[in-house]
Design a protein around this ligand. Structure first.
Ligand code: NDP
Ligand code: 8X3
Length: 253
């Protein structure tokens, strides 16, 4: 039985990815800050697929809490086969000369430093796997810098750089590392970015069929199930109605 750890499993991509691996017969470690959601997801996966689940509630920005929580993993499983670095967010959408420094801190500390804390702590356990795999959830925002995306785009460009760095530095250990870069996907992402403004969040997806969290989960599952000698380095996926962040076909336009 393979063991899979997903950060940001309380919502969106992370939740769908955890469910996909659970349905596929894996053992799951699910992480996030919202304990009640972790409990609900754990219960539903145990009930539907008899999945062994460990729930870890911590904030990836808190290095000490992250390290302490992840110390439980070796007691749950002797090796870790898959790490999905998914926890992340965009906070705000403002020009660089008026953006909130608190928003910048939150994005850098979560999307970049949090990913590093989690990965560093889990690498020894991943090395125990016969086929270790790291998925980093990047974004089209890391490929194409758009107006007011500044710091969010920079963190996702950094995720691309770190994915390549992992493939290089971990080459000798047989790691597969994929940077999965989605475009517009309807999750809680925009609600978080616009700090609860649901009208503004809804407008992001108006007039087009966005990606669903389940689409992303299916792609992760596909990559994972390729023969172990095949490593997809990068995967960029958009809704069919989105060529890139600048060309989007919306009904009525
Ligand atoms: P959601 O807001 O639905 O999910 C984000 C997840 O990240 C939640 O489970 C949240 O859990 C977790 N998270 C956020 N901050 C922290 C933190 N400090 N510590 C621990 N966990 C945290 O958004 P998505 O599913 O869309 O986003 C998942 C990833 O995909 C992100 O990295 C995002 O940047 C990326 N992405 C999203 C796209 C989209 O259009 N939706 C497109 C491209 C990339 P909790 O609040 O419980 O801590
Ligand atoms: C999320 C996609 O285009 O809103 O990373 O930045 S986008």
């Amino acid at each position: 039985m393979k063991t899979v750890l997903v950060t940001g499993a309380t919502s969106g991509f992370g939740q769908a990815i955890a469910q996909r691996f659970a349905a596929g017969g894996c053992r799951l470690i699910i992480c996030g800050r919202r304990m009640e959601r972790l409990i609900a997801l754990q219960a539903s996966m145990q009930q539907r697929w008899s999945t062994p689940v460990l729930s870890l509630c911590f904030d990836v920005r808190n290095r000490e809490a992250t390290e302490q929580s992840l110390q439980q993993v070796p007691h749950f499983a002797p090796a870790l086969d898959v790490l999905v670095n998914n926890a992340g967010l965009a906070a705000g959408l403002d020009p660089i000369d008026s953006g909130s420094v608190d928003d910048w801190d939150q994005m850098v500390d979560t999307n970049l430093k949090g990913l590093l804390y989690v990965t560093r702590q889990l690498l020894p356990l991943l090395k125990q796997s016969s086929a270790p795999y790291v998925f980093n959830i990047g974004s089209t925002a890391g490929k194409y810098i758009y107006e007011k995306g500044n710091v969010y785009c920079a963190t996702k460009a950094a995720v691309a750089a770190l994915s390549e760095a992992m493939r290089i530095d971990l080459l000798r250990y047989g790691f597969r590392v994929t940077n999965l870069q989605p475009g517009l996907a309807e999750t809680e992402f925009s609600l978080v970015r616009f700090k609860g403004d649901s009208q503004r969040a809804r407008a992001v997806y108006e007039g087009l069929q966005p990606l669903r969290a389940e689409d992303i989960a299916e792609l992760v599952w596909y990559c994972f199930n390729l023969p172990p000698h095949v490593c997809i380095n990068e995967m960029t996926v958009t809704p069919t109605a989105q060529a890139n962040p600048f060309y989007i076909l919306r009904k009525g336009t």
